[in-house]
Design a protein around this ligand. Structure first.
Ligand SMILES: Cc1cc2nc3c(=O)[nH]c(=O)nc-3n(C[C@H](O)[C@H](O)[C@H](O)COP(=O)(O)O)c2cc1C
Length: 249
């Protein structure tokens, strides 16, 4: 199509890296690209914390479910929704910070857009990235570790480094376009289910190619989604974020 679309469509998460460091100029270029993402009303509700301390890395790797690459990646970034600056602005003007769910959603959306721009910028420079939502397993522990102030909401991390050529990864197929692109109305359940079943076949092929265990191949995507959403995960998030000053009502 064109080099930008080709780059986007070649994305795959990378979890094995060479030891090559990420030079500061590359980090800054990627963060500048992140900052240039669209941001609701220009609020720029995202901050990024580079975690360099090996002890902190090891603890985050552990609390994220023993994800080794959090420790071994040359660069690890923590993406936070940031209402701190807005609170300081309100206070500096003698006002109050009084928001509801909208401000928290804006912070989450801004942070996702910022992070995706950052990811694409890194990929355009030949790096591989992997988002790390696993750190939401234990946000109170992450918070104690980093001493995050009120109004800063850790959402996810990102590992960055040069992909290890000895451990290449394939792109993971996505749903067929009919399942996600609709016209004028949301599709009826039959059409949605049909597209999901079609995807199951594609996904099975992908799993086979990866040499996944046969139980995983048999279950495929529909069963995995049912399993993933059939039990409460990370139940304390609401109370953690409200404890950091977010209103989610
Ligand atoms: C917000 C977010 C959090 C994620 N958290 C993790 C994680 O904790 N560990 C991990 O290995 N991959 C994580 N991933 C990567 C996804 O598993 C991956 O993007 C998905 O399986 C699709 O594969 P692909 O990125 O290779 O196309 C996360 C992705 C996103 C967007």
């Amino acid at each position: 199509m064109n080099p930008t679309v080709d780059l986007l469509c070649a994305h795959r998460s990378v979890r094995a890296f060479t030891a090559d460091p990420v030079p500061t100029e590359h980090l800054h270029a990627a963060i500048r690209a992140g900052q240039m993402a669209s941001t609701s009303s220009g609020v720029q509700a995202c901050s990024v914390i580079e975690i360099t301390d090996p002890g902190a890395r090891a603890e985050i790797a552990e609390l994220a479910g023993n994800q080794r690459y959090v420790q071994t990646a040359p660069l690890f970034l923590l993406f936070c929704g940031d209402s701190r600056r807005h609170r300081l602005a309100a206070r500096a003007g003698g006002g109050v910070y009084d928001t509801r769910l909208e401000a928290f959603l804006v912070a989450a959306i801004d942070t996702a857009l910022f992070a995706q721009n950052t990811a694409v910028a890194f990929e355009s420079m030949g790096y591989g990235i992997c988002f790390i939502g696993g750190l939401r397993n234990d946000l109170p522990r992450l918070d104690r570790l980093l001493g995050l102030p009120e109004g800063v909401y850790p959402f996810f991390g990102m590992c960055v480094g040069r992909p290890d050529p000895a451990k290449p990864t394939a792109t993971r197929p996505r749903l067929p376009i009919e399942a996600v692109l609709m016209r004028d109305r949301y599709a009826d359940d039959g059409a949605v289910l049909g597209a999901m079943r079609e995807y199951d076949e594609t996904y099975r092929e992908y799993l086979r190619g990866r040499g996944a265990p046969s139980a995983q191949i048999d279950a495929s995507w529909v069963a995995r989604m049912a399993e993933l959403h059939g039990a409460v995960r990370r139940a304390g998030l609401g109370s953690y974020y409200t404890g950091k000053g977010a209103r989610i009502d």
